[in-house]
Write a protein that binds this ligand. Structure first.
Ligand code: MD3
Ligand code: FE
Length: 224
Protein backbone atom coordinates (compact mmCIF):
# COMPACT_ATOMS: atom_id res chain seq x y z
CA UNK A 1 0.00 0.00 0.00
CA UNK A 2 1.52 3.25 -1.14
CA UNK A 3 0.64 6.83 -1.86
CA UNK A 4 1.05 10.04 0.06
CA UNK A 5 0.87 8.32 3.43
CA UNK A 6 3.32 5.55 2.54
CA UNK A 7 5.83 6.96 0.07
CA UNK A 8 8.13 4.36 -1.43
CA UNK A 9 11.70 5.37 -0.63
CA UNK A 10 14.41 6.27 -3.17
CA UNK A 11 16.51 3.16 -3.72
CA UNK A 12 20.04 2.63 -5.02
CA UNK A 13 19.57 -0.73 -6.75
CA UNK A 14 23.23 -0.97 -7.82
CA UNK A 15 26.04 1.58 -8.10
CA UNK A 16 24.72 4.28 -10.47
CA UNK A 17 21.22 2.74 -10.69
CA UNK A 18 18.79 4.86 -8.69
CA UNK A 19 15.01 4.43 -8.46
CA UNK A 20 13.00 7.50 -7.42
CA UNK A 21 9.33 6.55 -6.96
CA UNK A 22 6.62 9.09 -7.79
CA UNK A 23 9.09 11.64 -9.15
CA UNK A 24 6.71 13.01 -11.79
CA UNK A 25 3.69 14.97 -10.62
CA UNK A 26 0.32 13.86 -11.93
CA UNK A 27 0.14 17.01 -14.04
CA UNK A 28 3.59 16.39 -15.53
CA UNK A 29 2.53 12.82 -16.36
CA UNK A 30 -0.59 14.10 -18.15
CA UNK A 31 1.53 16.57 -20.15
CA UNK A 32 4.00 13.85 -21.11
CA UNK A 33 1.18 11.52 -22.20
CA UNK A 34 -0.16 14.27 -24.46
CA UNK A 35 3.19 15.04 -26.06
CA UNK A 36 3.86 11.30 -26.57
CA UNK A 37 0.47 11.04 -28.32
CA UNK A 38 1.63 13.83 -30.66
CA UNK A 39 4.94 12.11 -31.38
CA UNK A 40 3.14 8.80 -31.98
CA UNK A 41 1.15 10.44 -34.82
CA UNK A 42 4.23 11.56 -36.73
CA UNK A 43 6.31 12.61 -38.58
CA UNK A 44 7.37 9.03 -37.88
CA UNK A 45 4.39 7.05 -36.56
CA UNK A 46 4.72 4.68 -33.63
CA UNK A 47 5.32 1.10 -34.72
CA UNK A 48 6.55 -2.35 -33.67
CA UNK A 49 10.29 -2.44 -34.41
CA UNK A 50 11.38 -5.31 -36.66
CA UNK A 51 14.65 -6.90 -35.59
CA UNK A 52 17.35 -8.09 -38.03
CA UNK A 53 16.47 -11.64 -36.91
CA UNK A 54 12.98 -11.13 -38.36
CA UNK A 55 11.47 -10.95 -34.89
CA UNK A 56 8.98 -8.20 -34.13
CA UNK A 57 9.10 -6.36 -30.81
CA UNK A 58 5.85 -6.56 -28.83
CA UNK A 59 6.50 -3.04 -27.56
CA UNK A 60 5.57 -0.12 -29.85
CA UNK A 61 8.20 2.63 -30.18
CA UNK A 62 8.49 6.18 -31.44
CA UNK A 63 11.77 8.10 -31.33
CA UNK A 64 12.58 11.79 -30.90
CA UNK A 65 15.83 13.57 -31.85
CA UNK A 66 17.40 10.45 -33.34
CA UNK A 67 15.65 7.39 -34.74
CA UNK A 68 16.74 4.09 -33.24
CA UNK A 69 16.60 1.03 -35.40
CA UNK A 70 18.46 -2.08 -34.39
CA UNK A 71 21.25 -1.43 -33.94
CA UNK A 72 22.03 2.19 -34.81
CA UNK A 73 20.75 5.77 -34.66
CA UNK A 74 19.85 7.81 -37.74
CA UNK A 75 18.06 11.13 -38.32
CA UNK A 76 15.52 9.57 -40.67
CA UNK A 77 13.40 6.48 -40.13
CA UNK A 78 14.45 4.29 -43.04
CA UNK A 79 12.65 1.27 -41.57
CA UNK A 80 9.31 3.12 -41.16
CA UNK A 81 8.46 5.91 -43.63
CA UNK A 82 11.78 7.61 -44.33
CA UNK A 83 10.75 10.83 -42.55
CA UNK A 84 13.04 12.81 -40.30
CA UNK A 85 12.16 12.28 -36.64
CA UNK A 86 10.71 15.05 -34.48
CA UNK A 87 13.14 17.60 -33.03
CA UNK A 88 14.37 16.88 -29.49
CA UNK A 89 12.94 19.79 -27.46
CA UNK A 90 15.03 21.85 -25.00
CA UNK A 91 12.48 21.35 -22.23
CA UNK A 92 13.03 17.58 -22.44
CA UNK A 93 16.80 17.96 -21.97
CA UNK A 94 16.05 20.22 -19.01
CA UNK A 95 13.75 17.54 -17.58
CA UNK A 96 16.60 15.05 -18.05
CA UNK A 97 19.01 17.23 -16.07
CA UNK A 98 16.44 17.63 -13.30
CA UNK A 99 15.97 13.84 -13.31
CA UNK A 100 19.71 13.13 -12.97
CA UNK A 101 19.97 15.72 -10.19
CA UNK A 102 16.91 14.22 -8.49
CA UNK A 103 18.40 10.75 -8.54
CA UNK A 104 22.06 11.48 -7.91
CA UNK A 105 22.04 14.80 -6.04
CA UNK A 106 24.64 17.51 -6.58
CA UNK A 107 27.95 16.41 -8.16
CA UNK A 108 29.83 16.60 -4.86
CA UNK A 109 27.27 14.12 -3.45
CA UNK A 110 27.28 11.82 -6.47
CA UNK A 111 31.09 11.82 -6.40
CA UNK A 112 31.37 11.91 -10.16
CA UNK A 113 28.56 12.96 -12.46
CA UNK A 114 27.51 16.60 -12.79
CA UNK A 115 23.77 16.71 -13.69
CA UNK A 116 24.35 20.10 -15.40
CA UNK A 117 26.53 18.42 -18.02
CA UNK A 118 23.79 15.96 -19.04
CA UNK A 119 22.79 16.71 -22.65
CA UNK A 120 20.36 14.02 -23.88
CA UNK A 121 19.65 14.26 -27.61
CA UNK A 122 17.31 11.33 -28.14
CA UNK A 123 14.19 9.94 -26.47
CA UNK A 124 12.76 6.49 -27.08
CA UNK A 125 9.09 6.28 -26.21
CA UNK A 126 7.91 2.72 -25.64
CA UNK A 127 4.24 1.77 -25.34
CA UNK A 128 3.35 -1.55 -23.69
CA UNK A 129 -0.08 -3.07 -23.99
CA UNK A 130 -0.92 -5.76 -21.42
CA UNK A 131 0.90 -8.49 -23.34
CA UNK A 132 4.01 -6.54 -24.30
CA UNK A 133 7.37 -7.48 -22.83
CA UNK A 134 10.97 -6.50 -23.33
CA UNK A 135 13.60 -9.22 -23.26
CA UNK A 136 16.88 -8.81 -21.43
CA UNK A 137 19.28 -6.63 -23.44
CA UNK A 138 22.01 -4.02 -23.15
CA UNK A 139 21.74 -0.50 -24.60
CA UNK A 140 25.06 -0.05 -26.34
CA UNK A 141 24.25 1.75 -29.60
CA UNK A 142 25.10 5.09 -27.98
CA UNK A 143 28.67 6.43 -28.19
CA UNK A 144 28.40 8.00 -24.78
CA UNK A 145 28.67 6.68 -21.26
CA UNK A 146 26.24 9.32 -19.98
CA UNK A 147 23.34 8.05 -17.88
CA UNK A 148 20.02 6.85 -19.29
CA UNK A 149 16.95 8.45 -17.70
CA UNK A 150 13.76 6.34 -17.62
CA UNK A 151 10.28 7.73 -16.88
CA UNK A 152 7.31 5.41 -16.43
CA UNK A 153 3.63 6.34 -16.86
CA UNK A 154 0.51 4.18 -16.76
CA UNK A 155 0.34 0.50 -15.84
CA UNK A 156 2.70 -0.93 -13.25
CA UNK A 157 5.36 -3.38 -14.43
CA UNK A 158 8.17 -5.61 -13.29
CA UNK A 159 11.50 -4.15 -14.37
CA UNK A 160 14.41 -6.61 -14.26
CA UNK A 161 17.81 -5.11 -13.62
CA UNK A 162 20.61 -7.56 -14.36
CA UNK A 163 24.38 -7.67 -14.45
CA UNK A 164 26.88 -6.48 -17.07
CA UNK A 165 27.99 -9.98 -18.10
CA UNK A 166 24.94 -11.87 -19.40
CA UNK A 167 21.13 -12.06 -19.50
CA UNK A 168 20.89 -14.38 -16.51
CA UNK A 169 21.24 -14.11 -12.77
CA UNK A 170 22.07 -12.28 -10.68
CA UNK A 171 19.29 -9.79 -11.33
CA UNK A 172 16.98 -7.68 -9.21
CA UNK A 173 13.26 -7.29 -9.94
CA UNK A 174 11.82 -3.85 -9.19
CA UNK A 175 8.20 -2.73 -9.60
CA UNK A 176 7.87 0.48 -11.58
CA UNK A 177 4.72 2.55 -11.13
CA UNK A 178 3.32 5.58 -12.86
CA UNK A 179 5.49 8.62 -12.18
CA UNK A 180 8.61 6.66 -11.27
CA UNK A 181 12.07 7.80 -12.32
CA UNK A 182 15.01 5.48 -12.81
CA UNK A 183 18.51 6.67 -13.71
CA UNK A 184 21.17 4.27 -14.99
CA UNK A 185 24.69 5.61 -15.01
CA UNK A 186 28.22 4.78 -14.03
CA UNK A 187 28.81 1.03 -13.66
CA UNK A 188 25.09 0.34 -14.31
CA UNK A 189 24.97 2.02 -17.70
CA UNK A 190 25.73 -1.18 -19.61
CA UNK A 191 23.84 -3.65 -17.43
CA UNK A 192 21.36 -6.07 -19.00
CA UNK A 193 17.75 -5.15 -18.30
CA UNK A 194 14.22 -5.95 -19.42
CA UNK A 195 10.51 -5.80 -18.64
CA UNK A 196 9.15 -9.33 -18.06
CA UNK A 197 5.64 -8.30 -17.02
CA UNK A 198 3.09 -5.49 -17.19
CA UNK A 199 0.08 -5.47 -14.86
CA UNK A 200 -2.88 -4.48 -17.06
CA UNK A 201 -5.47 -2.18 -15.59
CA UNK A 202 -3.22 -0.76 -12.87
CA UNK A 203 -2.89 2.71 -14.43
CA UNK A 204 -4.50 5.69 -12.75
CA UNK A 205 -6.84 7.21 -15.37
CA UNK A 206 -5.84 10.64 -13.97
CA UNK A 207 -2.61 10.35 -16.01
CA UNK A 208 -4.68 10.43 -19.19
CA UNK A 209 -3.88 6.81 -20.09
CA UNK A 210 -6.85 4.49 -20.44
CA UNK A 211 -4.55 1.47 -20.38
CA UNK A 212 -1.05 0.26 -21.03
CA UNK A 213 2.34 1.51 -19.98
CA UNK A 214 4.47 4.29 -21.39
CA UNK A 215 8.21 4.40 -20.85
CA UNK A 216 10.29 7.36 -21.97
CA UNK A 217 14.06 6.96 -21.96
CA UNK A 218 16.41 9.90 -22.49
CA UNK A 219 19.91 9.24 -23.80
CA UNK A 220 23.00 10.91 -25.17
CA UNK A 221 23.81 9.33 -28.51
CA UNK A 222 27.28 10.87 -28.73
CA UNK A 223 26.46 11.48 -32.43
CA UNK A 224 26.20 14.75 -34.33
C1 MD3 B 1 19.53 0.16 -17.76
N1 MD3 B 1 13.23 0.23 -21.95
O1 MD3 B 1 14.13 1.39 -24.21
S1 MD3 B 1 13.49 1.38 -19.03
C2 MD3 B 1 14.87 0.56 -23.65
O2 MD3 B 1 10.68 0.13 -19.63
C3 MD3 B 1 14.40 -0.13 -22.43
O3 MD3 B 1 10.65 0.41 -21.77
C4 MD3 B 1 12.61 -0.42 -20.83
O4 MD3 B 1 15.06 -0.96 -21.93
C5 MD3 B 1 11.22 0.08 -20.73
O5 MD3 B 1 16.00 0.29 -24.05
C6 MD3 B 1 13.35 -0.27 -19.58
C7 MD3 B 1 14.85 1.20 -18.00
C8 MD3 B 1 16.18 1.21 -18.66
C9 MD3 B 1 16.42 1.85 -19.85
C10 MD3 B 1 17.69 1.93 -20.35
C11 MD3 B 1 18.75 1.36 -19.66
C12 MD3 B 1 17.20 0.63 -17.99
C13 MD3 B 1 18.49 0.71 -18.46
C14 MD3 B 1 20.07 1.44 -20.11
C15 MD3 B 1 21.09 0.91 -19.39
C16 MD3 B 1 20.83 0.25 -18.22
FE1 FE C 1 17.07 -0.85 -22.77
Amino acid sequence: MHGALFPRPRAVVAPGAVHVPAWLSEERQRELVEVCRDWARGPVPIRHTVLPSGGVMSVQTVCVGWHWQPYRYTRTAGDVNGARVAEFPDWLAELGRAAVAGAYGAPQESGAYDPASYAPDTALVNFYDGDARMGMHQDKDERSGAPVVSLSIGDRCVFRFGNTTDRGRPYTDVELSSGDLFVFGGPSRFAYHGVPKVYPGTADPATGMSGGRLNITLRETGLR
